[in-house]
Design a protein around this ligand. Structure first.
Ligand code: NDP
Length: 272
């Protein structure tokens, strides 16, 4: 667990993750490992910002001369609104996870980071089943749609899946059951694993070489990944995404190549 500071008592530092809750975040450990590898004298801290206080907190951190911030739940929308410069993708998603104070700009590295984690993998096809329709699903759907994937969404509350597609302007199918014939990729963006719940994925109907990808990570396999493995599917947890989005944030702030292996390694030590 991180040492957590309330934003009104933020210490002198260079970078931070703001969230509510934020104690569990592995970002400080990961970024600190990167600075060490790059021999940079920066400090990255975890800052608790209660819901609804992101704008005040960002103003305060800017005046304390922080260089940048990662925003996590529930502050990504407020972070995008606080910034005065956004790229097209961030605008489309209306949510940012990376703020750079020197030019009051923001980007969303969940979108690009998610794609980084798939690049180099051999997926059997470009047909993806997305489970969930919350904040992270929006980044995943946009990332896949931009790269020509056919997307279909199943969500516990069907209306939220329909809303997601129409807000993003992405064409896709909304499913009644978590099953998509022959899908080559199934991404779990729900927080069901957090509650120890499995989702009734019909594994036998997916492509035999389909990849099961859970955005969540935990010490052992999540219920979703345990179920995938029991059905002989390849599985990947959310550590790679955390590392990839963090690397993209670091590159945005520092204009230099992030030590991706070091960042991933910092997370792997933690979890296993
Ligand atoms: P949101 O709260 O925005 O969305 C949660 C989603 O999960 C909704 O679609 C919700 O459905 C669904 N859900 C919640 N509980 C259940 C359940 N018991 N059964 C089925 N569906 C359920 O969360 P986020 O999108 O921000 O995050 C989701 C997960 O992704 C978290 O576990 C988070 O840790 C992980 N994550 C990992 C990242 C990484 O870097 N690895 C980055 C971002 C997120 P409904 O619409 O019906 O409420």
């Amino acid at each position: 667990m991180n040492r957590v500071f309330h934003w009104r008592e933020a210490p002198p530092a260079d970078y931070a993750v703001i969230g509510d809750p934020v104690a569990h975040s592995l970002s400080p450990k990961m970024h600190q490992a990167a600075y060490e590898a790059l021999r940079l004298p920066f400090r990255y801290v975890a800052i608790h910002v209660p819901r609804g206080e992101a704008r005040q907190a960002l103003d305060a951190l800017a005046s304390l001369r922080y260089r940048g911030v990662n925003a996590t739940v529930p502050h990504k929308e407020d972070a995008a609104r606080w910034a005065t410069k956004r790229d097209n993708l961030t605008d489309r998603l209306n949510a940012a996870n990376t703020i750079r104070f020197r030019d009051r700009s923001c980007i969303n590295t969940d979108i690009t980071g998610f794609w980084d984690t798939l690049a180099g993998l051999r997926l059997p096809n470009s047909k993806a089943l997305i489970l969930g329709a919350g904040g992270s699903a929006r980044a995943v759907v946009l990332s896949l749609a931009m790269h020509g994937f056919e997307v279909a969404i199943w969500n516990r509350t069907k209306a939220n899946a329909t809303q997601l597609l129409s807000t993003l302007g992405v064409r896709g199918e909304v499913l009644d059951q978590p099953v998509l014939e022959d899908a080559g990729l199934v991404v779990n963006t729900t927080s069901a694993s957090l509650q120890g719940e499995d989702l009734a994925v019909r594994w036998e109907r997916l492509h035999p070489d389909a990849l099961a990808y859970d955005l969540m990570y935990s010490r052992g396999p999540t219920p979703f990944l345990a179920s995938a493995a029991a059905h002989g599917r390849k599985a990947m947890d959310g550590r790679r995404l955390l590392a990839a989005q963090g690397a993209r944030s670091l590159e945005y702030w520092l204009d230099m190549r992030a030590p991706r292996d070091v960042m991933l390694e910092a997370l792997t030590e933690e979890g296993s």
